[in-house]
Design a binder for this molecule. Structure first.
Ligand SMILES: [Zn+2]
Length: 304
C-alpha cells in the first residue's frame, strides 16, 4: 500500500532546484545532494557571466547551499570566498540554511580555452590561492577559517576544507554543464561525510564508489536528481532520505537597505545630490540589481 501513496508536496518540490539530505550505513555516513540549474542560471543572467565563470560561481553557490542546509543552527549564514591568482580572481557566495544562496565574481567575463579534457577550465581560471569560510550565527562571534586551494576546481577544495577544519573525511562533487550559448543545462552536486565513530572499511568502500563518479553532470544528463545521485553513490549502504528542501538564488537586498547604504554617504553629500536633482543609484554586488533613490526619496531620507 505504501508504494501507492504520493506526497504531492514533495513531488512538486522535486521538479525545481532542491536539496536532499539523508544518512547511510547506520548513520555513519551523512550525505546531501542538490540540483540547482535555475540557481546557477539566475546567477549567470544577473551577472552576465562567461561560461567559465558561470561554472566556477555555480559550483561555489551549490557548495554554499549544501553547507547551509547541513547546518544545525537556525539562521546561520555561511560565506565562502575563493581567492585565486587566475583570471577569475575572487568568488564570493553567501548561503543560509533554507537553500538560498547569492554570489558574485569579481571578473564575471574571465575566460580561458577549454582544458585538455575539453571541459571548462575552472581550476585554471581560479589558479592557486585560498578558500575562506565564515560561519555566522546571530548573537555569536563569526567563526572564520581558511585553507589553501588544492586544485581550484571547488569540489576538491571544499573537501579539503572539511578535512582540515572539521577533521571529517569528506567527498565533494559539484558540476555545471553550460550549453553553446552560455545557458546552464545542468547543475548539481553532493557532499558525503563519514561521521565520528565510522568503521574504517567505509573509507575504501566510498573511495571505490566515488572513483566511478567522474562527472556529476553526466549523471544529471542521465535524468538523475539529488535522491538518485545519492542512491547511486551509496548503493548497498542503505541510504535513508531524511529531508527535501527547495533551493534558489535569493538576495535580500531591497529599497530600505539601499536607503541605509545611501545614508552612509553623509547628510552633506545627500543634500548636494538633492540640490543637483541627482538620483542615487545603489548597486548590489551579490545579485547585480540596482536600487534607485530619487531626489524626493533622498529628501525623505534626510527628514527622518
Ligand atoms: Zn542584492
Amino acid at each position: 500500500m505504501a508504494n501507492n501513496v504520493i506526497d504531492f508536496g514533495t513531488a512538486k518540490l522535486r521538479l525545481g532546484d532542491h536539496l536532499v539530505r539523508g544518512t547511510a550505513a547506520d548513520g555513519m555516513i551523512r550525505a546531501i545532494a542538490i540540483t540547482a540549474r535555475d540557481t546557477v542560471q539566475t546567477a549567470h543572467e544577473r551577472h552576465g557571466t562567461s561560461s567559465l565563470v558561470t561554472a566556477a560561481l555555480g559550483r561555489l553557490l551549490m557548495a554554499g547551499q549544501m553547507m547551509g542546509a547541513m547546518s544545525k543552527v537556525d539562521d546561520e549564514l555561511i560565506t565562502l570566498e575563493v581567492r585565486g591568482d587566475g583570471p577569475i580572481g575572487v568568488l564570493t557566495v553567501t548561503a543560509n540554511n533554507r537553500g538560498q544562496a547569492k554570489g558574485f565574481a569579481c571578473n564575471p567575463n574571465a575566460w580561458l580555452p577549454l582544458n585538455a579534457m575539453g571541459k571548462l577550465d575552472v581550476g585554471g581560471g581560479i589558479g592557486r590561492g585560498t578558500l575562506g569560510v565564515v560561519r555566522d550565527v546571530p548573537g555569536a562571534m563569526p567563526y572564520a577559517s581558511q585553507t589553501e586551494l588544492i586544485t581550484g576546481e571547488i569540489g576538491d577544495d571544499m573537501a579539503q576544507y572539511f578535512r582540515a577544519s572539521d577533521q571529517v573525511p569528506t567527498a565533494v562533487g559539484v558540476g555545471v554543464l553550460v550549453d553553446g550559448v552560455g545557458d546552464v543545462r545542468q547543475a548539481g552536486g553532493f557532499i558525503v561525510q563519514l561521521m565520528p565513530g565510522y568503521e574504517y572499511f567505509l573509507i575504501d568502500e566510498l573511495e571505490e564508489r566515488l572513483r566511478d563518479v567522474t562527472s556529476v553532470t553526466n549523471l544529471l544528463e542521465q535524468g538523475m536528481g539529488p535522491a538518485e545521485l545519492l542512491d547511486h553513490i551509496l548503493v548497498g549502504l542503505d541510504f535513508e532520505e531524511l529531508e527535501v528542501t527547495p533551493a534558489e538564488f535569493h538576495c535580500g537586498c531591497n529599497g530600505e537597505r539601499a536607503a541605509r547604504a545611501t545614508m552612509a554617504l553623509g547628510a552633506a553629500e545627500i543634500e548636494d545630490m538633492i540640490k543637483k536633482g541627482e538620483t542615487a543609484e545603489v548597486h548590489c554586488h551579490f545579485c547585480g540589481r540596482n536600487h534607485y533613490l530619487t531626489p524626493d526619496d533622498l529628501r525623505e531620507l534626510l527628514s527622518v
